[in-house]
Design a protein around this ligand. Structure first.
Ligand code: RAM
Length: 758
């Protein structure tokens, strides 16, 4: 933690929301060489920092989006190698989340329009002397080549104004002004817990053609998040425009799903050889439409740059079914695209918010694919801060920008006054719990316990006298495919059943967490809440015939997986579940609430084959239907694109929403056969359950203990065979498809599938 004494400095003019700020300074003499130099920096807006003309880091869009009211994160950079006797420290700012648009109704600048920098450069000399260069009133500010910038709408860069002169000593720029102190409580400055955003990969176009409109269309072959870097030359003043979209419709760019987001970058040519990279925006796109290009873009002129929080890929999966492999790849790309500083619902339209329900559903999957622990622990700090200021309520989105959208605003949300809602607010409990399971570090539980407990306590006040959580607004089994496209809330599953089941699950987890942390009183309390909720559920929702109110796939899935039914009732629930799945023709019948659990519910009640039939269904709606339609990311709706190739008429149609991709968690554990038996894979359950005609699967995970790998095949000479690799210090329980079990230790094991002999 740095001891901050710098001020937030704000340019005296706003310079089109993209000011440059600079300070020239000389190293203090008489202290010997520089031993080390560290720059600490943050901003209102997003910043790029330079020392003596060099970027101090390869990251973009820092300091990202946090619950700024309580946490403004700063970055720290070792800049020792960049210092010179006379140095220039410079910052380029963009609107980012602070000053730009947020939400779907056109509002901007919810946090403030005062873009500014807070920076502290600490230079330690050989003799121990420390020189500090702070952001203060001695800095100057001026215009950049960026004429407009917004995360949703895109960026305009005038190549005629691009120059590095401001980063060199002696610069006295025309039109430059002073700066003044902005408002910032230095106590809100806090170091990043998660990784910064960086460029992850580059993709070349796979095809380029002329659309009926006469404009050039480019296909990058993958729905991705980032921007296009453009290399172009032509007459000075020529304007090249790039619009971005995820899909095509009627042979043109399909921009309707973006709603009001313009996703348009404009580049004004300098007359020389230009390279433009719009780093103060990002787009969710597979296609770009190019207009105004002098001649035709040549190979290497257009490069898609993938941008994301810098997550380490740790989990791998492949099997004999290529459609499933594509589904898995879609979930991977969905994670990359939607882990851009905040875990977002989607990355392309005028939304891109930290919707809590989406990440509540998807954390177990994401935590296997990537090391998301620091990223989500960072976000959970925001969740806790927002929650604390809202009497324990966990908002729909974190950071909660919707709280600034007032009812009489033109931008009023269509949702009623928010209160805790099942699945969404349960993120407070389910996300830390999933991180504990995946990584085995109880610190996340220590840090989040108060937030977890406060969520359940808040919901306790919302239950009706019956003990059911059947009051207030609920998203319920959001986007159940049988709900009308314009009203995704009208799911078949009863809202009270879903919410009460979620309360039971959360109370159970908080009780278990309290036990782990040695909080006996809390443990007793939440155990009691769970028991009471379970009893109310049984009394009011479960009939004598085992039917559960509303008789929808999701209610059985939740009751089974959350442990609300047992014994004969559980068996009946499993039977009814499979009947409904069968009646539905093995097409999916679940939304956000039920989808992460339906395959587990089938599997654990003895209906593995039905789970595979559901997973392998290709007719709409199903997991594989989008794959057959060429999807390269997980869609928001089961039918974001209709079978005739047109875009779903609903107002809300994204092609990059990870929530429904949560089935990959089941694929890792059940098809792949790699699951934690103890948190963090200190002990591994190796229990592949082949089915669906799949003949092999390979699953591997870089755990905190080392690499775990499981691969099986039915193609070998001995029928089923299984290979397992466990790292030092890790043991495993192997359960073969025939049910036989054996314990294994670290090392490589080859097991053949005939009844195992110990
Ligand atoms: C949509 C979001 C998100 C969902 C909410 C309820 O606007 O895209 O996925 O959580 O609604």
């Amino acid at each position: 933690m740095t001891d901050w004494s710098a001020a937030l400095i704000v340019p005296d003019q706003d310079f089109a929301g993209a000011p440059l700020l600079r300070r020239e300074f000389a190293l203090e003499a008489g202290h010997g060489d520089v031993a080390s130099a560290t720059l600490h920096a943050s901003a209102h807006g997003v910043f790029e920092a330079f020392l003596n003309g060099q970027p101090v880091a390869d990251e973009v869009l820092s300091p990202g989006w946090s619950a700024y009211e309580w946490r403004l994160r700063y970055r720290s950079y070792d800049v020792t190698a960049l210092l010179r006797p006379t140095s220039v420290l410079g910052f380029a700012l963009g609107n980012g989340w602070w000053g730009g648009r947020l939400g779907w109704n056109g509002g901007r600048g919810y946090y403030g329009s005062d873009l500014g920098v807070v920076a502290q450069l600490e230079i330690t000399f050989a003799d121990g002397h420390v020189q500090r260069v702070l952001s203060d009133g001695s800095w100057t500010a001026g215009p950049s080549a960026v004429l407009a910038n917004d995360l949703y709408d895109g960026q305009t860069i005038d190549g005629r104004r691009v120059s590095d002169a401001w980063l060199a000593p002696g610069f006295t720029g025309e039109g430059w002004t002073g700066v003044h102190a902005g408002e910032l409580d230095l106590g809100t400055l806090t170091p990043y817990i998660g990784p910064p955003v960086r460029r992850q990969a580059e993709l070349a176009p796979v095809s380029t053609w002329t659309a009926p409109s006469g404009r050039t269309l480019v296909d990058f072959g993958q729905n991705l998040v980032g921007w296009v870097r453009v290399r172009v030359s032509g007459p000075a003043g020529t304007e090249v425009t790039l619009r971005h979209a995820e899909v095509l419709e009627h042979d043109e760019l399909g921009v309707r799903p973006l709603r009001s987001a313009q996703a348009t970058d404009r580049f004004v040519l300098s007359g020389g050889d230009d390279v433009f990279e719009p780093t103060f925006t990002f787009h969710g796109f597979r296609y770009a439409e190019v207009d105004g290009w002098p001649g035709e873009p040549a190979e290497g002129d257009l490069t898609a740059v993938v941008v994301s929080s810098d997550l380490e890929r740790i989990g791998q999966f492949a099997c004999s079914d290529d459609l499933l492999n594509q589904l898995h790849s879609n979930a991977v790309w969905g994670t990359v695209g939607n882990f851009l500083d905040v875990p977002t619902d989607c990355p392309q339209r005028d939304e891109r918010l930290g919707w809590t329900g989406d990440i509540a559903a998807f954390t177990p999957s994401a935590a296997f694919l990537f090391d998301v622990e620091p990223f989500l622990r960072d976000w959970l700090r925001d969740l806790a801060a927002e929650q604390q200021a809202a009497d324990g309520m966990v908002a729909f989105v974190i950071p909660d920008v919707l709280k600034y959208v007032t009812k009489d605003d033109a931008q009023a949300t269509s949702f009623p006054a928010p209160d805790s809602t099942a699945v969404w607010s349960d993120a407070a409990v389910w996300v830390p719990w999933a991180l504990w399971q995946a990584y085995g570090d109880r610190q996340v539980l220590v840090d989040q316990f108060d937030s977890m407990a406060a969520h359940v306590r808040r919901v306790e006040t919302l239950t009706s006298p019956t003990g059911l959580w059947d009051t207030g607004f609920q998203f319920g089994d959001w986007l159940d495919p049988t709900a009308p496209p314009e009203n995704p809330i009208l799911a078949k599953a009863d809202h009270g059943v879903v919410a009460t089941a979620c309360l039971f699950r959360s109370a159970t987890i908080v009780a278990e967490t309290a036990a782990l942390l040695g909080r006996a009183e809390d443990q007793a309390h939440f155990t009691e809440v769970a028991a009471r909720t379970r009893a109310a559920f049984a009394e009011h929702y479960v009939g004598a015939d085992g039917h559960i109110t509303s008789d929808a796939v999701t209610v059985y899935a939740l009751a089974i997986v959350f442990g609300l039914v047992e014994g004969e009732q559980r068996r009946l629930a499993g039977e009814r579940l499979v009947e409904l799945v069968d009646e539905g023709g093995y097409r999916i019948l679940t939304g956000f609430a039920g989808t992460p659990f339906v395959t587990d519910a089938l599997t654990t009640t003895g209906h593995l084959d039905d789970a595979y039939r559901l997973l392998l269904q290709q007719e709409c709606p199903s997991w594989l239907y989008p794959v057959t339609m060429g999807a390269t990311t997980i869609w928001e709706r089961w039918d974001s694109m209709l079978p005739d190739g047109s875009i779903n008429p609903g107002q809300m149609t994204s092609f990059n929403h990870y929530a429904l991709g949560a089935v990959v968690d089941w694929m890792h554990r059940t098809l792949g056969g790699l699951a934690p038996l103890e948190p963090g894979y200190a002990k591994v359950l190796v229990a592949p359950q082949p089915g669906g005609g799949i003949t092999w699967a390979r699953t591997a995970l870089q755990t905190r203990h080392g690499r775990v790998a499981v691969s099986w095949s039915t193609e070998g000479p001995d029928g089923f065979s299984l290979d397992v690799e466990l790292p030092e210090g890790v043991s495993g329980l192997v359960r073969l498809p025939d049910g036989t079990e054996r314990e294994i230790g670290a090392g490589e094991h080859h097991l053949a599938g005939e009844p195992a002999t110990a």
